[in-house]
Write a protein that binds this ligand. Structure first.
Ligand code: GLN
Length: 494
C-alpha cells in the first residue's frame, strides 16, 4: 500500500482512521516504506524507530481510540528533543549513543494524543547552523533539489515534511531554525511565542531564545499540532500559565480589516530581488483580500545579528558545559587523567561550529569583555523589543520575507560562517523579542526553489497569524505544487 500525504491533511487522515478506511498500522507501515524509498536522496532521518512505531500503532488500532485528531498519525521529531530510551544526539558526536531517561514534555503530550513517532530527524549539531551541514552524521538535502541545502537547523524536519515522509514534524527555533527550513522547503513553520510551548527535554542551546514548534504542509495542520503541544508546564520555569485557545478558531475569517505592517528594513541590502518580488506580490495579495498595508520602520533590525550571536553564544557556552565526557554520551578513549577526560572528550566530541560558539560565548562573558559585549547585546535586545512594541501598538501583524535568499547549494556557504549568520537577519529579531513568527511559501524562484513569506504576531497571538496565513494559502494554489520526490508515491493514493 502507498499512502499520499500530499492529498490528505491531518483532518482527512483523522476521518479515515476514525471511519476505519485505514488503520494506524497500515499508515505507519506505508510511511516507513516510503521513508526507505525516499531517504536515500533526502537523508532526513538520523534514525527510524520502526518497532516502537508499529507497536504503538497496533495498540492504538486495538483500543480503537481515535478521538484525538492526531491519534494514529505518524510524525517525526528533531533530534534535540528527548525521547525516553531512544537515542537522542542533537546530531553531535559527543552524544552518540545517549539515551535520555525521560521524555520531553512535547513528546509526552503527543504520546497522550496517541501520535506515532517514526524517529529522529537530522539537524545542525546542537541546532547551531542554518543548513544542517554541521550535523556530525549526515547531510540532508532539500526536498525540491537534492543539490541544495534543506536549511537549518531543523533541516531534517523541513525536508521530511516537504517530501511527504511525514505529515508533520517538530523542530526548534532559536534564531530561525523552524522558519528558515520551512521557507527553504516551501512549507509552513511556526515559532511560537517564548513560553508558549514547554522547553523541558529540549537540549538547551540558548535558553532565553529557544522554542519548539510545528512544521507542516498546511496552516490548519500547523494549528492542530500547536493545539496539542502548547501550554503551561511546571517543569519549565519559563513556560507561561495562560490559556491555550483553539488555534483553529480564526481559520476562515479572512484578513478583511486586518492591519498589516511591512518593515522597510526587511527589503534592504542583501535581500535577493526574486525574494523581494515574490514577498511583495504576497503582500499585495493580502491587500487584495482586504487587509490594510502600511510601510513601517524597525530601525534596530541591522543590529539583531550581532546582538543574537553574542547572546546566543554566551548562553550556549554555559549550557554546553554539561557535556564533560562523564555524564552523557561520548568519552575520549585515550584520556589519561580527569583533565584529559574533559579536554579530549570535548575537543573530539564537538564540531567546529559548536567550538566557535563556545569560545565566542566564553569570551563575551569574561570579566574584561562582559560590559562591551554581553551587556551591550542585552541593551540592543531591549531596543529591538521596543521597535516591535511600537509597531504592534497600531498593527495586527508584521509581514516580510523569512530569509534574504532561497536555498543555496550544498557546501556553498559552510566555509563562510559570517555569510551564513547574515542569512538569519530577518528571523533573529523575532526570537530576541520572544514573539511568534510563521513562514509560508510565497512562490518559487526562477530555478524552482521555494521563497518564504514571514508573518510576525503579537505575543501569544498565534491565532491571528494562522488566520492571515490560511487566507493567504487559500488564495494561492501553492499547496498543490509538489517536489519531484513526491513521485516516489507510485500509484499515488492508497
Ligand atoms: N541559524 C541560526 C544559528 O545558527 C539559528 C539556529 C537556531 O534557530 N537553532 O544560530
Amino acid at each position: 500500500m502507498t499512502f499520499n500525504y500530499f492529498d490528505h491533511d491531518l483532518s482527512s487522515l483523522h476521518e479515515q482512521l476514525k471511519g476505519g478506511q485505514i488503520s494506524a498500522e497500515e499508515l505507519t507501515k506505508a510511511s516507513l516504506d516510503n521513508i526507505k524509498q525516499t531517504d536515500g536522496d533526502l537523508q532526513a532521518f538520523l534514525r527510524t524507530t520502526d518497532d516502537q512505531a508499529l507497536q504503538a500503532a497496533k495498540s492504538i488500532d486495538q483500543a480503537g481510540d481515535f478521538n484525538d485528531v492526531l491519534a494514529g498519525i505518524p510524525m517525526g521529531l528533531k533530534d534535540n528533543i528527548s525521547t525516553e530510551g531512544q537515542e537522542t544526539t542533537g546530531a553531535s558526536h559527543i552524544l552518540e549513543g545517549f539515551k535520555p531517561v525521560y521524555n520531553a514534555t512535547v513528546v509526552k503530550k503527543l504520546q497522550d494524543a496517541k501520535a506515532i513517532s517514526l524517529g529522529k530527524l537530522n539537524m545542525d549539531e546542537f541546532a547551531m547552523g542554518g543548513s544542517t551541514e554541521t550535523s556530525y552524521y549526515k547531510k540532508t538535502t532539500n526536498a525540491w533539489d537534492h543539490n541544495k541545502v534543506p536549511g537549518g537547523s531543523s533541516g531534517g524536519s523541513g525536508a521530511a515534511v516537504a517530501a511527504g515522509q511525514v505529515p508533520y514534524a517538530l523542530g526548534s527555533d532559536t534564531g530561525g531554525s523552524i522558519r528558515q527550513p520551512a521557507a527553504f522547503n516551501g512549507i509552513v513553520g511556526l515559532k511560537p511565542t517564548y513560553g508558549r510551548v514547554s522547553r523541558f527535554g529540549l537540549f538547551a542551546m540558548a535558553s532565553s531564545l529557544d522554542q519548539i514548534g510545528p512544521l507542516t504542509r498546511s496552516v490548519k495542520d500547523n494549528a492542530l499540532v500547536l493545539n496539542a503541544i502548547a501550554g503551561f508546564d511546571k517543569w519549565d520555569s519559563t513556560s507561561v500559565d495562560t490559556e491555550v485557545p483553539d488555534y483553529t478558531k480564526n481559520l476562515g475569517k479572512g484578513v478583511k480589516g486586518m492591519k498589516i505592517a511591512v518593515p522597510k528594513e526587511y527589503f534592504g541590502e542583501g535581500i535577493d530581488p526574486e525574494v523581494a518580488a515574490k514577498v511583495r506580490a504576497g503582500i499585495a495579495q493580502l491587500e487584495a483580500l482586504g487587509a490594510t498595508v502600511d510601510e513601517v520602520s524597525l530601525p534596530h533590525t541591522r543590529y539583531g545579528v550581532a546582538a543574537y550571536y553574542i547572546t546566543m553564544s554566551s548562553e550556549a557556552s554555559s549550557n554546553l558545559q554539561r557535556y564533560d565526557g562523564i555524564r552523557y554520551g561520548f568519552r575520549a578513549p585515550d584520556a589519561k587523567n580527569l583533565e584529559e577526560v574533559y579536554t579530549k572528550s570535548r575537543s573530539e566530541g564537538f564540531g567546529n561550529e559548536v567550538k566557535r560558539r563556545i569560545m565566542l560565548g566564553t569570551f563575551a562573558l569574561s570579566a574584561g569583555a562582559y560590559d562591551d559585549f554581553f551587556k551591550k547585546a542585552a541593551q540592543i535586545r531591549t531596543l529591538i523589543i521596543d521597535d516591535f512594541n511600537k509597531v504592534f501598538d497600531q498593527y495586527d501583524l508584521i509581514v516580510g520575507p523569512t530569509t534574504p535568499t532561497p536555498a543555496y547549494g550544498l557546501g556553498e556557504e559552510i566555509g563562510d560562517p559570517k555569510a551564513m549568520y547574515m542569512g538569519d537577519v530577518l528571523t533573529i529579531p523575532v526570537n530576541l523579542a520572544g514573539l511568534p513568527g510563521l513562514s509560508i511559501n510565497a512562490g518559487f524562484s526562477k530555478d524552482g526553489m521555494p521563497i518564504g513569506l514571514q508573518m510576525i504576531g503579537k505575543a501569544f497571538d498565534e491565532a491571528t497569524i494562522y488566520q492571515a496565513a490560511q487566507a493567504f494559502e487559500e488564495a494561492s494554489d501553492l499547496l498543490k505544487q509538489r517536489p519531484a520526490i513526491a513521485a516516489a508515491y507510485q500509484g499515488g493514493d492508497k
